[in-house]
Design a protein around this ligand. Structure first.
Ligand code: BES
Ligand code: MN
Ligand code: ZN
Length: 511
Protein backbone atom coordinates (compact mmCIF):
# COMPACT_ATOMS: atom_id res chain seq x y z
CA UNK A 1 0.00 0.00 0.00
CA UNK A 2 1.17 3.46 -0.79
CA UNK A 3 2.29 5.51 2.21
CA UNK A 4 1.75 9.23 2.72
CA UNK A 5 3.90 11.76 4.56
CA UNK A 6 3.63 15.50 5.01
CA UNK A 7 7.01 17.00 4.27
CA UNK A 8 8.51 20.28 5.42
CA UNK A 9 11.24 20.10 2.78
CA UNK A 10 11.21 22.25 -0.30
CA UNK A 11 10.33 20.63 -3.61
CA UNK A 12 13.92 21.29 -4.69
CA UNK A 13 15.69 19.52 -1.84
CA UNK A 14 13.49 16.50 -1.16
CA UNK A 15 15.03 13.23 -2.28
CA UNK A 16 12.48 11.58 -4.58
CA UNK A 17 12.21 9.80 -7.92
CA UNK A 18 10.12 12.61 -9.32
CA UNK A 19 8.73 15.94 -8.25
CA UNK A 20 5.13 16.53 -9.28
CA UNK A 21 4.06 20.05 -10.22
CA UNK A 22 0.76 21.43 -11.43
CA UNK A 23 0.23 23.17 -14.73
CA UNK A 24 -2.98 24.95 -15.57
CA UNK A 25 -4.52 26.35 -18.74
CA UNK A 26 -4.00 30.08 -18.66
CA UNK A 27 -5.35 32.71 -21.06
CA UNK A 28 -1.99 32.89 -22.86
CA UNK A 29 -0.78 29.29 -22.57
CA UNK A 30 0.18 27.00 -19.71
CA UNK A 31 0.88 28.45 -16.27
CA UNK A 32 2.73 26.79 -13.43
CA UNK A 33 0.50 26.35 -10.39
CA UNK A 34 1.46 27.53 -6.90
CA UNK A 35 3.56 25.08 -4.91
CA UNK A 36 6.10 24.66 -7.70
CA UNK A 37 8.01 27.92 -7.12
CA UNK A 38 11.28 26.19 -6.13
CA UNK A 39 11.07 23.93 -9.19
CA UNK A 40 10.34 26.84 -11.49
CA UNK A 41 13.30 28.68 -10.02
CA UNK A 42 15.61 25.76 -10.89
CA UNK A 43 14.41 26.20 -14.49
CA UNK A 44 15.34 29.86 -14.32
CA UNK A 45 11.68 30.83 -14.02
CA UNK A 46 11.03 29.36 -17.45
CA UNK A 47 9.20 26.17 -16.52
CA UNK A 48 5.95 27.30 -18.14
CA UNK A 49 7.60 28.05 -21.47
CA UNK A 50 9.63 24.80 -21.34
CA UNK A 51 6.37 22.95 -20.79
CA UNK A 52 4.69 24.82 -23.61
CA UNK A 53 7.55 23.92 -25.93
CA UNK A 54 7.06 20.28 -24.96
CA UNK A 55 3.40 20.57 -25.98
CA UNK A 56 1.85 20.86 -22.54
CA UNK A 57 -1.36 22.90 -22.33
CA UNK A 58 -2.42 22.34 -18.73
CA UNK A 59 -5.44 20.31 -19.78
CA UNK A 60 -7.11 18.15 -17.17
CA UNK A 61 -5.21 14.86 -16.74
CA UNK A 62 -2.35 15.73 -19.11
CA UNK A 63 1.00 14.33 -17.94
CA UNK A 64 4.35 15.70 -19.13
CA UNK A 65 7.64 14.25 -17.88
CA UNK A 66 10.88 16.14 -18.24
CA UNK A 67 14.40 15.77 -16.87
CA UNK A 68 14.97 17.95 -13.84
CA UNK A 69 17.12 21.06 -13.99
CA UNK A 70 20.26 21.19 -11.87
CA UNK A 71 19.55 22.24 -8.32
CA UNK A 72 16.70 19.77 -7.96
CA UNK A 73 17.25 16.59 -5.97
CA UNK A 74 14.68 14.61 -7.94
CA UNK A 75 15.89 13.52 -11.39
CA UNK A 76 12.48 13.95 -13.06
CA UNK A 77 9.79 16.62 -13.07
CA UNK A 78 6.28 15.42 -13.76
CA UNK A 79 3.89 18.21 -14.71
CA UNK A 80 0.23 17.30 -14.42
CA UNK A 81 -2.65 19.25 -15.94
CA UNK A 82 -5.13 20.95 -13.61
CA UNK A 83 -7.50 22.25 -16.28
CA UNK A 84 -8.48 25.91 -16.48
CA UNK A 85 -6.53 28.18 -14.14
CA UNK A 86 -8.85 29.64 -11.49
CA UNK A 87 -9.80 33.31 -11.61
CA UNK A 88 -7.46 35.62 -9.74
CA UNK A 89 -7.95 35.24 -5.99
CA UNK A 90 -9.73 31.89 -6.32
CA UNK A 91 -8.11 28.62 -5.32
CA UNK A 92 -8.03 25.38 -7.24
CA UNK A 93 -11.11 23.22 -7.15
CA UNK A 94 -10.66 20.21 -4.82
CA UNK A 95 -11.76 17.76 -7.49
CA UNK A 96 -9.26 19.19 -10.01
CA UNK A 97 -6.50 18.65 -7.43
CA UNK A 98 -7.74 15.14 -6.66
CA UNK A 99 -7.75 14.19 -10.33
CA UNK A 100 -4.37 15.69 -11.09
CA UNK A 101 -2.75 14.00 -8.10
CA UNK A 102 -4.34 10.73 -9.18
CA UNK A 103 -3.08 10.99 -12.75
CA UNK A 104 0.41 11.83 -11.46
CA UNK A 105 0.47 8.93 -9.00
CA UNK A 106 -0.61 6.54 -11.74
CA UNK A 107 2.06 7.84 -14.10
CA UNK A 108 4.62 7.15 -11.36
CA UNK A 109 3.70 3.51 -10.87
CA UNK A 110 6.84 1.46 -10.47
CA UNK A 111 8.62 4.36 -8.72
CA UNK A 112 9.51 4.53 -5.05
CA UNK A 113 8.80 8.09 -4.07
CA UNK A 114 6.96 11.04 -5.54
CA UNK A 115 7.26 14.55 -4.11
CA UNK A 116 3.92 16.25 -4.74
CA UNK A 117 4.35 20.01 -5.05
CA UNK A 118 0.77 20.81 -6.09
CA UNK A 119 -1.11 23.89 -4.87
CA UNK A 120 -2.20 23.38 -1.27
CA UNK A 121 -3.64 26.58 0.13
CA UNK A 122 -5.29 24.88 3.09
CA UNK A 123 -5.98 21.53 4.75
CA UNK A 124 -8.88 20.88 2.40
CA UNK A 125 -6.56 21.12 -0.61
CA UNK A 126 -4.04 18.88 1.11
CA UNK A 127 -6.79 16.33 1.71
CA UNK A 128 -7.75 16.42 -1.97
CA UNK A 129 -4.17 15.92 -3.16
CA UNK A 130 -3.63 13.14 -0.63
CA UNK A 131 -6.85 11.39 -1.62
CA UNK A 132 -6.13 11.70 -5.32
CA UNK A 133 -2.58 10.39 -4.98
CA UNK A 134 -3.52 7.45 -2.76
CA UNK A 135 -6.46 6.52 -4.99
CA UNK A 136 -4.53 7.02 -8.22
CA UNK A 137 -1.66 4.83 -7.03
CA UNK A 138 -4.03 1.89 -6.57
CA UNK A 139 -3.40 -1.25 -8.52
CA UNK A 140 -5.29 -4.48 -7.98
CA UNK A 141 -3.20 -6.85 -5.87
CA UNK A 142 -0.17 -5.76 -7.81
CA UNK A 143 2.22 -7.22 -5.30
CA UNK A 144 0.60 -10.59 -4.96
CA UNK A 145 0.71 -13.54 -7.24
CA UNK A 146 -0.33 -17.17 -7.36
CA UNK A 147 -3.93 -17.91 -6.63
CA UNK A 148 -4.70 -14.42 -5.38
CA UNK A 149 -6.91 -13.45 -8.26
CA UNK A 150 -4.15 -11.58 -10.00
CA UNK A 151 -3.11 -14.41 -12.25
CA UNK A 152 -0.81 -12.22 -14.28
CA UNK A 153 2.65 -13.70 -14.10
CA UNK A 154 6.20 -12.89 -15.10
CA UNK A 155 6.65 -9.78 -17.19
CA UNK A 156 2.93 -9.24 -17.55
CA UNK A 157 2.50 -8.76 -13.80
CA UNK A 158 0.93 -5.44 -12.88
CA UNK A 159 3.53 -2.83 -12.01
CA UNK A 160 4.00 -2.04 -8.32
CA UNK A 161 2.13 1.09 -7.27
CA UNK A 162 4.02 4.22 -6.30
CA UNK A 163 5.33 3.33 -2.83
CA UNK A 164 5.49 6.72 -1.15
CA UNK A 165 3.74 10.05 -1.57
CA UNK A 166 5.36 13.07 0.07
CA UNK A 167 3.11 16.12 0.23
CA UNK A 168 5.03 19.35 -0.04
CA UNK A 169 3.49 22.52 1.32
CA UNK A 170 1.23 20.75 3.81
CA UNK A 171 2.15 21.67 7.35
CA UNK A 172 2.91 18.45 9.25
CA UNK A 173 2.61 20.06 12.68
CA UNK A 174 -0.64 21.87 11.97
CA UNK A 175 -3.60 20.10 13.57
CA UNK A 176 -5.90 20.61 10.58
CA UNK A 177 -3.37 19.37 8.04
CA UNK A 178 -2.57 16.36 10.21
CA UNK A 179 -6.22 15.47 10.58
CA UNK A 180 -6.78 15.90 6.85
CA UNK A 181 -3.91 13.53 6.06
CA UNK A 182 -5.10 10.95 8.58
CA UNK A 183 -8.62 11.09 7.21
CA UNK A 184 -7.34 10.73 3.63
CA UNK A 185 -5.25 7.70 4.59
CA UNK A 186 -8.17 5.96 6.33
CA UNK A 187 -10.70 6.83 3.66
CA UNK A 188 -8.61 5.84 0.66
CA UNK A 189 -7.52 2.57 2.29
CA UNK A 190 -11.20 1.69 2.57
CA UNK A 191 -12.02 2.78 -0.99
CA UNK A 192 -9.14 0.61 -2.15
CA UNK A 193 -10.46 -2.24 -0.01
CA UNK A 194 -13.79 -1.95 -1.83
CA UNK A 195 -11.94 -1.89 -5.18
CA UNK A 196 -10.03 -5.07 -4.29
CA UNK A 197 -13.26 -6.86 -3.40
CA UNK A 198 -14.96 -5.71 -6.60
CA UNK A 199 -11.99 -6.76 -8.75
CA UNK A 200 -11.73 -10.19 -7.15
CA UNK A 201 -13.10 -12.78 -9.60
CA UNK A 202 -16.34 -14.46 -8.56
CA UNK A 203 -14.70 -17.88 -8.22
CA UNK A 204 -12.55 -16.39 -5.47
CA UNK A 205 -15.22 -14.27 -3.79
CA UNK A 206 -18.53 -15.98 -3.15
CA UNK A 207 -21.00 -14.94 -0.42
CA UNK A 208 -19.32 -17.08 2.27
CA UNK A 209 -15.86 -15.75 1.41
CA UNK A 210 -17.15 -12.16 1.40
CA UNK A 211 -18.67 -12.76 4.84
CA UNK A 212 -15.35 -14.18 6.05
CA UNK A 213 -13.54 -11.05 4.83
CA UNK A 214 -16.00 -8.94 6.83
CA UNK A 215 -15.44 -11.00 9.98
CA UNK A 216 -11.70 -10.56 9.66
CA UNK A 217 -11.85 -6.79 9.28
CA UNK A 218 -14.47 -6.58 12.04
CA UNK A 219 -12.10 -8.26 14.47
CA UNK A 220 -9.39 -5.78 13.62
CA UNK A 221 -11.61 -2.72 14.02
CA UNK A 222 -13.88 -3.79 16.87
CA UNK A 223 -17.06 -4.06 14.83
CA UNK A 224 -20.01 -6.18 15.85
CA UNK A 225 -21.06 -8.76 13.30
CA UNK A 226 -23.81 -11.20 12.68
CA UNK A 227 -23.84 -13.59 9.71
CA UNK A 228 -26.97 -15.41 8.65
CA UNK A 229 -26.13 -18.48 6.58
CA UNK A 230 -28.55 -20.27 4.27
CA UNK A 231 -30.09 -22.26 7.12
CA UNK A 232 -30.71 -19.15 9.20
CA UNK A 233 -31.99 -17.25 6.17
CA UNK A 234 -34.46 -20.00 5.38
CA UNK A 235 -35.60 -20.24 8.97
CA UNK A 236 -35.84 -16.46 9.24
CA UNK A 237 -38.09 -16.19 6.20
CA UNK A 238 -35.69 -14.28 3.96
CA UNK A 239 -37.48 -15.37 0.79
CA UNK A 240 -35.86 -12.74 -1.41
CA UNK A 241 -32.25 -13.54 -0.53
CA UNK A 242 -32.92 -17.30 -0.58
CA UNK A 243 -34.84 -17.05 -3.84
CA UNK A 244 -31.92 -15.38 -5.57
CA UNK A 245 -29.22 -17.52 -3.97
CA UNK A 246 -30.80 -20.96 -4.16
CA UNK A 247 -29.61 -21.71 -7.69
CA UNK A 248 -25.95 -21.48 -6.76
CA UNK A 249 -23.56 -24.02 -5.27
CA UNK A 250 -22.31 -21.12 -3.17
CA UNK A 251 -25.14 -20.33 -0.73
CA UNK A 252 -26.22 -16.79 0.24
CA UNK A 253 -25.46 -14.79 3.38
CA UNK A 254 -26.89 -11.75 5.11
CA UNK A 255 -24.18 -9.94 7.03
CA UNK A 256 -24.82 -7.29 9.66
CA UNK A 257 -21.67 -5.34 10.47
CA UNK A 258 -22.03 -2.54 12.97
CA UNK A 259 -19.88 0.29 14.21
CA UNK A 260 -21.16 2.09 17.27
CA UNK A 261 -19.98 5.03 19.29
CA UNK A 262 -20.87 5.28 22.99
CA UNK A 263 -21.97 8.91 22.63
CA UNK A 264 -23.75 8.54 19.32
CA UNK A 265 -27.10 10.25 19.00
CA UNK A 266 -27.97 8.98 15.57
CA UNK A 267 -27.94 5.64 13.79
CA UNK A 268 -27.41 5.27 10.09
CA UNK A 269 -28.26 2.02 8.32
CA UNK A 270 -26.45 1.24 5.07
CA UNK A 271 -27.67 -1.59 2.87
CA UNK A 272 -25.57 -3.01 0.04
CA UNK A 273 -26.42 -5.20 -2.92
CA UNK A 274 -23.91 -8.02 -2.83
CA UNK A 275 -24.45 -10.24 -5.85
CA UNK A 276 -21.02 -11.86 -6.11
CA UNK A 277 -21.89 -12.89 -9.66
CA UNK A 278 -24.95 -11.99 -11.68
CA UNK A 279 -25.48 -14.46 -14.51
CA UNK A 280 -29.11 -13.38 -14.71
CA UNK A 281 -30.23 -16.78 -13.42
CA UNK A 282 -32.79 -18.68 -15.52
CA UNK A 283 -33.40 -15.37 -17.35
CA UNK A 284 -29.77 -15.77 -18.38
CA UNK A 285 -27.83 -12.74 -19.57
CA UNK A 286 -26.55 -13.03 -23.14
CA UNK A 287 -22.81 -12.95 -23.88
CA UNK A 288 -21.65 -9.37 -23.87
CA UNK A 289 -23.65 -8.60 -20.73
CA UNK A 290 -22.09 -10.95 -18.21
CA UNK A 291 -18.33 -10.45 -18.49
CA UNK A 292 -18.17 -7.76 -15.82
CA UNK A 293 -20.84 -9.10 -13.49
CA UNK A 294 -18.36 -9.88 -10.74
CA UNK A 295 -18.89 -6.18 -10.03
CA UNK A 296 -22.49 -6.74 -8.92
CA UNK A 297 -21.44 -6.70 -5.25
CA UNK A 298 -20.08 -3.14 -5.50
CA UNK A 299 -22.87 -1.79 -3.28
CA UNK A 300 -22.04 -4.25 -0.50
CA UNK A 301 -18.34 -3.48 -0.90
CA UNK A 302 -19.04 0.25 -0.56
CA UNK A 303 -21.17 -0.27 2.54
CA UNK A 304 -18.57 -2.51 4.16
CA UNK A 305 -15.81 0.00 3.38
CA UNK A 306 -17.86 2.89 4.76
CA UNK A 307 -18.55 1.09 8.05
CA UNK A 308 -14.85 0.33 8.54
CA UNK A 309 -13.96 3.93 7.62
CA UNK A 310 -16.44 5.26 10.19
CA UNK A 311 -14.76 3.04 12.79
CA UNK A 312 -11.25 4.10 11.81
CA UNK A 313 -12.29 7.76 12.02
CA UNK A 314 -14.06 7.17 15.34
CA UNK A 315 -17.15 9.06 14.19
CA UNK A 316 -19.76 9.92 16.81
CA UNK A 317 -22.55 8.07 15.07
CA UNK A 318 -23.71 4.47 14.85
CA UNK A 319 -23.34 2.97 11.39
CA UNK A 320 -24.90 -0.41 10.71
CA UNK A 321 -24.09 -2.12 7.45
CA UNK A 322 -26.29 -4.78 5.92
CA UNK A 323 -24.71 -6.84 3.16
CA UNK A 324 -27.15 -8.90 1.10
CA UNK A 325 -24.85 -11.50 -0.43
CA UNK A 326 -25.90 -14.06 -3.03
CA UNK A 327 -24.74 -15.55 -6.31
CA UNK A 328 -27.36 -15.43 -9.06
CA UNK A 329 -26.98 -18.66 -11.04
CA UNK A 330 -29.22 -20.85 -13.19
CA UNK A 331 -29.59 -24.49 -12.12
CA UNK A 332 -32.16 -27.12 -11.25
CA UNK A 333 -32.65 -25.50 -7.89
CA UNK A 334 -32.86 -21.93 -9.18
CA UNK A 335 -35.93 -19.72 -8.92
CA UNK A 336 -37.93 -19.82 -12.18
CA UNK A 337 -39.62 -16.92 -13.91
CA UNK A 338 -43.19 -17.08 -12.64
CA UNK A 339 -42.29 -18.32 -9.15
CA UNK A 340 -43.74 -16.46 -6.19
CA UNK A 341 -41.50 -15.66 -3.21
CA UNK A 342 -42.62 -14.73 0.28
CA UNK A 343 -40.28 -11.98 1.36
CA UNK A 344 -38.93 -11.19 4.84
CA UNK A 345 -41.49 -8.41 5.19
CA UNK A 346 -44.31 -10.87 4.49
CA UNK A 347 -45.13 -9.39 1.09
CA UNK A 348 -45.20 -11.78 -1.84
CA UNK A 349 -43.34 -11.19 -5.11
CA UNK A 350 -43.86 -12.79 -8.50
CA UNK A 351 -40.45 -13.19 -10.09
CA UNK A 352 -41.06 -12.32 -13.72
CA UNK A 353 -37.39 -11.97 -14.50
CA UNK A 354 -34.69 -13.68 -12.44
CA UNK A 355 -32.22 -11.05 -13.68
CA UNK A 356 -34.02 -8.42 -11.60
CA UNK A 357 -32.44 -10.08 -8.55
CA UNK A 358 -30.87 -7.09 -6.83
CA UNK A 359 -34.19 -5.65 -5.71
CA UNK A 360 -35.13 -9.04 -4.23
CA UNK A 361 -32.11 -9.33 -1.96
CA UNK A 362 -32.27 -5.63 -1.08
CA UNK A 363 -35.97 -5.87 -0.21
CA UNK A 364 -35.21 -8.40 2.53
CA UNK A 365 -32.23 -6.46 3.84
CA UNK A 366 -34.17 -3.16 3.83
CA UNK A 367 -37.10 -4.68 5.72
CA UNK A 368 -34.72 -6.19 8.25
CA UNK A 369 -32.79 -2.92 8.64
CA UNK A 370 -36.05 -1.02 9.26
CA UNK A 371 -36.80 -3.20 12.30
CA UNK A 372 -33.98 -1.48 14.16
CA UNK A 373 -35.56 1.96 13.59
CA UNK A 374 -32.49 3.76 12.23
CA UNK A 375 -32.65 7.52 11.73
CA UNK A 376 -32.02 7.02 8.02
CA UNK A 377 -31.32 4.21 5.57
CA UNK A 378 -29.26 4.41 2.41
CA UNK A 379 -29.00 1.47 0.06
CA UNK A 380 -26.30 1.22 -2.58
CA UNK A 381 -26.63 -1.05 -5.58
CA UNK A 382 -25.53 -1.78 -9.12
CA UNK A 383 -29.23 -2.13 -9.73
CA UNK A 384 -30.24 -1.34 -13.30
CA UNK A 385 -28.86 -1.02 -16.79
CA UNK A 386 -31.53 1.64 -17.24
CA UNK A 387 -29.65 3.95 -14.86
CA UNK A 388 -26.56 3.60 -17.03
CA UNK A 389 -28.65 4.60 -20.08
CA UNK A 390 -29.99 7.58 -18.15
CA UNK A 391 -26.84 8.94 -16.54
CA UNK A 392 -23.87 7.30 -18.26
CA UNK A 393 -20.84 5.60 -16.78
CA UNK A 394 -19.69 8.22 -14.29
CA UNK A 395 -22.81 9.40 -12.49
CA UNK A 396 -25.00 7.56 -10.00
CA UNK A 397 -28.69 8.15 -9.51
CA UNK A 398 -30.23 9.12 -6.16
CA UNK A 399 -33.83 8.23 -5.34
CA UNK A 400 -35.50 8.73 -1.98
CA UNK A 401 -38.78 8.82 -0.09
CA UNK A 402 -37.73 12.18 1.37
CA UNK A 403 -36.85 15.09 -0.86
CA UNK A 404 -34.67 16.88 1.68
CA UNK A 405 -32.62 13.74 2.23
CA UNK A 406 -32.21 13.24 -1.51
CA UNK A 407 -31.02 16.83 -1.85
CA UNK A 408 -28.57 16.40 1.06
CA UNK A 409 -27.08 13.29 -0.50
CA UNK A 410 -26.69 15.04 -3.82
CA UNK A 411 -24.90 17.96 -2.16
CA UNK A 412 -22.71 15.62 -0.12
CA UNK A 413 -21.71 13.66 -3.22
CA UNK A 414 -20.87 16.90 -5.01
CA UNK A 415 -18.79 18.05 -2.05
CA UNK A 416 -16.66 14.89 -2.02
CA UNK A 417 -16.21 14.80 -5.79
CA UNK A 418 -18.65 12.05 -6.72
CA UNK A 419 -20.94 12.73 -9.70
CA UNK A 420 -24.59 12.02 -8.96
CA UNK A 421 -28.04 13.21 -9.89
CA UNK A 422 -31.41 13.18 -8.11
CA UNK A 423 -34.04 10.99 -9.78
CA UNK A 424 -37.79 10.81 -9.08
CA UNK A 425 -39.99 7.93 -7.96
CA UNK A 426 -43.10 8.79 -10.02
CA UNK A 427 -46.19 7.16 -8.53
CA UNK A 428 -47.67 6.44 -11.98
CA UNK A 429 -45.02 3.75 -12.47
CA UNK A 430 -46.16 1.85 -9.37
CA UNK A 431 -48.99 0.05 -11.17
CA UNK A 432 -46.53 -1.47 -13.64
CA UNK A 433 -45.29 -3.77 -10.87
CA UNK A 434 -48.77 -5.03 -9.97
CA UNK A 435 -49.05 -8.81 -10.23
CA UNK A 436 -52.17 -10.93 -10.68
CA UNK A 437 -50.77 -13.62 -8.37
CA UNK A 438 -48.71 -11.75 -5.75
CA UNK A 439 -48.46 -8.41 -3.95
CA UNK A 440 -45.85 -7.25 -6.44
CA UNK A 441 -43.93 -8.31 -9.52
CA UNK A 442 -40.16 -7.85 -9.64
CA UNK A 443 -40.33 -6.22 -13.07
CA UNK A 444 -42.56 -3.63 -14.63
CA UNK A 445 -42.47 -0.90 -17.24
CA UNK A 446 -39.16 -1.06 -19.13
CA UNK A 447 -39.02 2.67 -19.76
CA UNK A 448 -37.70 4.36 -16.63
CA UNK A 449 -36.51 0.95 -15.40
CA UNK A 450 -34.21 2.50 -12.82
CA UNK A 451 -37.11 4.35 -11.25
CA UNK A 452 -39.31 1.23 -11.33
CA UNK A 453 -36.60 -0.59 -9.36
CA UNK A 454 -36.57 2.27 -6.84
CA UNK A 455 -40.34 2.11 -6.54
CA UNK A 456 -40.09 -1.63 -5.88
CA UNK A 457 -37.56 -1.06 -3.08
CA UNK A 458 -39.73 1.65 -1.52
CA UNK A 459 -42.40 -1.01 -0.89
CA UNK A 460 -40.04 -2.63 1.62
CA UNK A 461 -39.11 0.49 3.56
CA UNK A 462 -41.25 1.05 6.61
CA UNK A 463 -43.54 4.07 6.44
CA UNK A 464 -41.88 6.98 8.23
CA UNK A 465 -38.30 5.74 7.79
CA UNK A 466 -36.15 8.19 5.84
CA UNK A 467 -34.58 6.25 2.97
CA UNK A 468 -32.48 6.87 -0.12
CA UNK A 469 -31.34 4.56 -2.87
CA UNK A 470 -28.13 5.04 -4.83
CA UNK A 471 -28.06 3.21 -8.17
CA UNK A 472 -24.34 2.99 -8.94
CA UNK A 473 -24.63 0.63 -11.95
CA UNK A 474 -22.82 3.21 -14.12
CA UNK A 475 -19.84 4.36 -12.05
CA UNK A 476 -19.15 1.21 -9.97
CA UNK A 477 -16.97 -0.47 -12.56
CA UNK A 478 -14.81 1.32 -15.11
CA UNK A 479 -14.63 -0.75 -18.27
CA UNK A 480 -12.63 1.80 -20.23
CA UNK A 481 -9.21 3.28 -19.52
CA UNK A 482 -8.17 4.81 -16.20
CA UNK A 483 -8.66 8.56 -15.70
CA UNK A 484 -7.73 10.92 -12.88
CA UNK A 485 -7.72 8.85 -9.70
CA UNK A 486 -10.13 6.28 -11.16
CA UNK A 487 -8.57 2.98 -12.18
CA UNK A 488 -9.84 0.45 -14.67
CA UNK A 489 -12.20 -2.01 -12.95
CA UNK A 490 -13.75 -1.47 -9.51
CA UNK A 491 -13.87 2.20 -8.56
CA UNK A 492 -15.17 2.27 -4.98
CA UNK A 493 -18.09 4.45 -6.04
CA UNK A 494 -20.27 5.84 -3.21
CA UNK A 495 -17.80 5.20 -0.37
CA UNK A 496 -16.84 8.86 -0.10
CA UNK A 497 -20.48 9.92 -0.15
CA UNK A 498 -21.42 7.41 2.56
CA UNK A 499 -18.52 8.41 4.79
CA UNK A 500 -19.29 12.11 4.45
CA UNK A 501 -22.94 11.35 5.22
CA UNK A 502 -21.83 9.58 8.39
CA UNK A 503 -19.64 12.56 9.31
CA UNK A 504 -22.47 15.00 8.68
CA UNK A 505 -24.86 12.87 10.70
CA UNK A 506 -22.32 12.71 13.55
CA UNK A 507 -22.01 16.48 13.47
CA UNK A 508 -25.80 16.82 13.72
CA UNK A 509 -25.99 18.58 10.35
CA UNK A 510 -28.82 16.46 9.05
CA UNK A 511 -32.39 16.37 10.30
N1 BES B 1 -26.74 -6.20 -12.14
C1 BES B 1 -27.69 -5.82 -13.10
C2 BES B 1 -27.63 -4.32 -13.47
C3 BES B 1 -26.35 -3.83 -14.09
C4 BES B 1 -26.27 -3.60 -15.44
C5 BES B 1 -25.26 -3.49 -13.30
C6 BES B 1 -25.11 -3.11 -16.00
C7 BES B 1 -24.10 -2.99 -13.86
C8 BES B 1 -24.03 -2.80 -15.22
C9 BES B 1 -29.11 -6.10 -12.60
O1 BES B 1 -29.23 -7.17 -11.75
C10 BES B 1 -29.97 -6.39 -13.77
O2 BES B 1 -29.71 -7.37 -14.43
N2 BES B 1 -30.97 -5.56 -14.01
C11 BES B 1 -31.86 -5.74 -15.10
C12 BES B 1 -33.27 -5.55 -14.60
C13 BES B 1 -34.33 -5.90 -15.59
C14 BES B 1 -34.32 -7.39 -15.86
C15 BES B 1 -35.66 -5.47 -15.04
C16 BES B 1 -31.52 -4.70 -16.16
O3 BES B 1 -31.19 -3.57 -15.80
O4 BES B 1 -31.53 -5.05 -17.34
MN1 MN C 1 -29.44 -9.01 -12.76
ZN1 ZN D 1 -27.58 -7.65 -10.67
Amino acid sequence: MTSLTLSTSSAATLRADAVVVGVAKGAKGPVVAPGAEAVDKAFGGKLASVLETLGATGADGEVTKLPAASGLKAPVVLAVGLGDAPAKGDGYDAEALRRAAGAAARALSGSKKGAFALPVADAEDAAAVAEGALLGAYSYKANQNGNSGNAKSGEKKNGAPLAEVALIGAKPRDKEFKAAAERAIALTAEINRARDLINTPSNLLNPALFAAAVLEAAKEHGLKTEVLDEKALKKGGYGGIMGVGQGSEAPPRLVRVAYSHPEAEKTLALVGKGITYDSGGISLKPAGHNETMKCDMSGAAAVFAAVVAAAKLGLRVNVTGWLALAENMPSGSATRPGDVLTMYSGKTVEVLNTDAEGRLVLADALARACEEKPDAIVDVATLTGAMVFALGHRTFGIMANDEAFRTSLHEIAEEVGEQSWPMPLPSDLRKSIDSPVADLANMGERMGGGLVAGIFLKEFVEEGTVWAHLDIAGPAFNESGPFGYTPKGGTGSAVRTLVRLAERTAAGDLG
